[in-house]
Design a binder for this molecule. Structure first.
Ligand code: FE2
Ligand code: FE2
Length: 297
């Protein structure tokens, strides 16, 4: 059950057609990392919806039943929005159709061959990953999108906030309607992590090669260091990611980042994700200035 006042689906749209190719800080690696995730979201999210739907009728708690409906509406809208950005990537020469076709084959096999309970555990595990990413992008100085194109920053922030809002739904369905169990849950995150790397890494490389970055090793190394180096964005997420393996873990153990609350309050005023993202970013920027001032002093 959410610690927020319910899960609110939002019918947002983003004008992505004029987004510059290297929209994230002009950095091809930082941009294509999020692009490679983005291209997988629509079909991945449809898989999550199906996995939860398989157990919808077994859920008796009316609050969780409502959460499931809102989770499905949120994930459905995420798919619609990321699909519009997929069209932009296709126009850049990214082989979006082939990537999606390959993904559909693997997800089809997963749905046909793996037990429904494991599909749900996988979904709960992926939701842990997306919520951890959402929390990371909404925590501290928002450095993942510090010099990002504002449209893409707003798009990812909206998605990140909603991932935090519904982070416990698949987990609660797994625990309450599918019998739960530590071993299946733990092995699902290991399997999910392998799947993400097997899927996303070749797509990430395909995109970078299309950009000619296979001939620019220094740009590659600098970008990879920003993601996976000792102070990298992904490296910083490892402790939160590993909490999943704690017996007795629940997604709400980590609460909600302050920036998520700021975003929600701002969005409530005008239903504008661009403005909500701008306000969060400015608050984070202010904090960064105060902190660096304090360090300098
Ligand atoms: Fe999503
Ligand atoms: Fe999600």
């Amino acid at each position: 059950m959410s610690v927020l006042s319910g899960i609110k689906p939002r019918k947002t749209t983003f004008d992505v057609k004029d987004v510059p190719i290297f929209w994230n800080d002009g950095d091809p690696v930082l941009t294509r990392f999020f692009d490679a995730l983005s291209v997988h979201f629509p079909d991945g999210e449809r898989f999550f919806i199906d996995s939860v739907r398989n157990y919808q009728d077994k859920v008796t708690d009316p609050t969780l039943r409502q959460d499931i409906r809102d989770f499905i509406r949120q994930e459905g809208q995420h798919g619609i929005v990321h699909d519009t950005y997929n069209d932009v990537m296709a126009a850049q020469g990214i082989n979006v159709d082939k990537i999606i076709k390959n993904m559909k084959v693997v997800l089809g096999i997963t749905q046909k061959r793996l037990p429904k309970k494991f599909q749900l555990a996988l979904t709960a595990a992926f939701e842990h990953f997306t919520a951890t990413l959402g929390e990371a992008m909404m925590t501290g100085d928002a450095d993942m999108f510090r010099n990002s194109d504002p449209v893409m920053r707003a798009l990812f922030m909206w998605h990140g906030v909603e991932e935090v809002e519904h982070k416990a739904v698949a987990f609660d369905v797994y625990e309450k309607a599918a019998g739960g169990g530590y071993f299946t849950r733990a092995s699902a995150l290991i399997a999910g992590t392998v799947m993400v790397h097997v899927f996303v890494a070749p797509v990430f490389w395909h995109m970078l090669k299309r950009d000619g970055m296979n001939k620019r090793p220094m740009i590659l190394l600098r970008g990879l260091n920003r993601l996976y180096g000792p102070r990298g964005m992904m490296t910083k997420m490892i402790p939160a990611y590993l909490h999943w393996f704690k017996p007795g873990f629940h997604p709400w153990d980590s609460g909600i980042p302050e920036n998520v609350a700021i975003w929600l309050a701002e969005y409530e005023k005008h239903q504008d994700p661009m403005e909500a993202s701008r306000v969060v970013f400015e608050a984070a920027d202010e904090e960064r200035k105060v902190e660096s001032g304090a360090v300098a002093a």
